[in-house]
Design a protein around this ligand. Sequence first.
Ligand code: SF4
Length: 322
Amino acid sequence: MIKTYLGIDVGSISTKGVLITENREIIAHAYLRTQGQPIEAIKNLIKELFKDNKNIEIKGVGTTGSARRLAGVIVGADVIKNEIITHAVAATYFYPETRTIIEIGGQDSKIILLKDSVPVDFAMNTVCAAGTGSFLEHQAIRLGIPIEEFGDYALRAKKAATIAGRCTVFAESDMIHKTQLGIPIEEIIRGLCEAIVRNYLGTVAKGKDIQPLILFQGGVAANIGVKTAFERALGIEVIVPQHFLIMGAIGAAFIAQDYTQKTKSTKFIGENLLDINFKTKTFECRDCTNFCEVIETYKNTQIIDRYGDRCGKWSEKLPNII
Ligand code: SF4
């Protein structure tokens, strides 16, 4: 049996997972759409990762991403860590000199600044859709261009059309207007890539001391047009790591490995989690003016987790898993 560690990253748009060996070799990875159904996505991810890997023994599990807690209770995670930590761990493993991580995913973006491999500052933007993967995908569909070719279109342009970067609505109307003026599509797409970078640098990275070595991760890093626009704006090389889509999951697996090598045990439920009926329910607590939305996770009929209560009134009635 090959000893392996499982890392899972569940976000609002995508669910990612990896299996790594004790030598940190990636033997399987998967990237699926969450499609608003994180429990189904996690189960499908487990199926995908295990289908060609029957001769393995899971020695540790880590989860991350916005649904890390849900993923953690479902699979039986040994460690549950936020994306800042897991991205930093993976980035500095592959590139120890990393000082800046630019991460742009499906629905949010973040910047992580590191010193001596330790995150010292970060910022996230979960509010503005301009510049995220979803917006780029929407524009690709609208223009009838495969998203994989978007970056190449931008690189072919000799100059960029000016596209508003501060808001998706303005950006889209600008693009339509420029198309009507007969401006080549390549220039419009390059303009869009530059607008995404302007938006990022003017919001999430505003006031941050961006230093090399810079890694660009997350789904939007696949777009060479955006990478090039960052390099033009910053005047520094930007590196897209080989595993740019799954760095959070890799970091979670690494942390799980370090942790379980000390504890010598794992809480992993095993593949039989696929047969368990998990579901979540929410209720609003009105015991004070905070009106917290409390989320409960059920394993068949048993409540196995509660969170969302600011005072701990409900979650403290269950063992704390974080
Ligand atoms: S969970 Fe606690 S903080 Fe939230 S509404 Fe109820 S009593 Fe108030």
